[in-house]
Design a protein around this ligand. Structure first.
Ligand code: AHG
Ligand code: MN
Ligand code: MN
Length: 315
């Protein structure tokens, strides 16, 4: 039998893990509500309609029926959780005010089904969640009190952090999330890299950085799904994902509130880093709910190297 010393043999479910870490009761409840909601999203992915919804999201992109359904599942669950002040999603784009001025509750920004256009070709997709204390959703990401994602792949896994390390759970046959790995850490140069965006649209610094990675023997691993791509970098304990600024899209493609901040929080908790190439992602002060930013995210060593190339080329 293969031994895997980092893997915990104990059956610790998500709620117990949060309790043992003495997390706030309402935050524990919120995270567990989201974990429960994911079971309905799994069902929608497995059996739901793959067609278009006939509507557009915050970014003017056509929505799939699955985007809309996943969004509804989460909004409904969070609305009835009794611990949420405000919520906003990549799909709705408007703040849903539940208890809008209650600073004791939590506010949540989320991407209900990232990578939804990959479902028809049966590739992995995910849900991404960002959590703040209080009512304000336009804060720098460093103020997040928790972040998590759920990855719907051949297996379903959940990764969360409340600022005390980052932990991975796997869904068992009873649809419970049980602990796989605690305090995941990453370091060193990138062994793998996931480069988003068209190479022909890269600026000189990013082009040189990509060439450098290839020269160093870094393997290409890009699925087109942000959650599985980041999960691979995290669980393989090292690598780099980028969706850089492009010549025709200076802010890149990915969304600060719903995608970048929560992933940056999780990767920093694993000892990694996340940067626009010029600035730490978690220090960006969001001006709008639909703000985009370029991202280079992974081990500190790899992200610092990306910053160096971008600085040197002044792009
Ligand atoms: P969404 O499905 O929420 O619109 O996001 C898709 C994102 C992300 O999953 C991925 O990293 C990126 O888009 C892929 O973009 P390209 O198709 O340009 O590679
Ligand atoms: Mn997305
Ligand atoms: Mn989405």
């Amino acid at each position: 039998m293969l031994s895997d010393p980092g893997r915990t043999p104990l059956h610790i479910d998500l709620r117990r893990h949060l309790r043992e870490k003495h997390e706030d009761r309402d935050l524990t409840r919120l995270i567990c509500e989201i974990a429960d909601a994911s079971k309905y999203i799994i069902n929608a992915i497995r059996t739901g309609d793959l067609g278009m919804a006939g509507t557009s999201n915050l970014y003017g992109e056509k929505q799939l029926a699955l985007d809309v359904l996943s969004d509804r599942i989460l909004i409904k669950r969070l609305t009835h959780s009794e611990v949420v002040a405000n919520l906003v999603s990549e799909e709705s784009g408007q703040v849903v005010e539940i208890d809008p001025n209650n600073e004791e509750k939590y506010s949540v920004a989320f991407d209900p089904l990232d990578g939804s256009s990959l479902v028809d070709v049966n590739l992995a997709v995910g849900t991404i969640i960002s959590i703040y204390k209080g009512s304000n959703l336009l804060q720098p990401g460093r103020n997040q009190v928790a972040a998590m994602y759920i990855l719907y792949g051949p297996r379903t896994t959940l990764v969360y952090s409340t600022g005390r390390g980052v932990h991975e759970f796997g869904m068992n046959s009873l649809m419970e999330y049980t602990l796989n790995y605690e305090n995941i850490r990453m370091a060193g140069p990138a062994k793998i890299y996931s480069p988003g965006g068209l190479r022909s649209k890269y600026t000189p610094g990013t082009k040189k950085f990509a060439q450098y990675l290839e020269k160093m023997g870094t393997k290409l691993r890009y699925s087109g799904g942000f959650v599985p791509d980041i999960n691979q970098v995290l669980l393989k304990r090292g690598g780099l994902f980028m969706y850089p600024h492009l010549t025709d899209a200076p802010a890149g493609k990915l969304r600060l509130l719903y995608e970048l901040n929560p992933m940056a929080f999780l990767i920093e908790q694993a000892g990694g880093a996340a940067s626009t190439g010029r600035q730490r992602i978690l220090d960006i002060v969001p001006e709008r709910l639909d703000m985009l930013a370029p991202i280079f995210i992974g081990t500190k060593e790899a992200v610092e190297m990306a910053e160096k190339f971008i600085y040197e080329e002044e792009d």
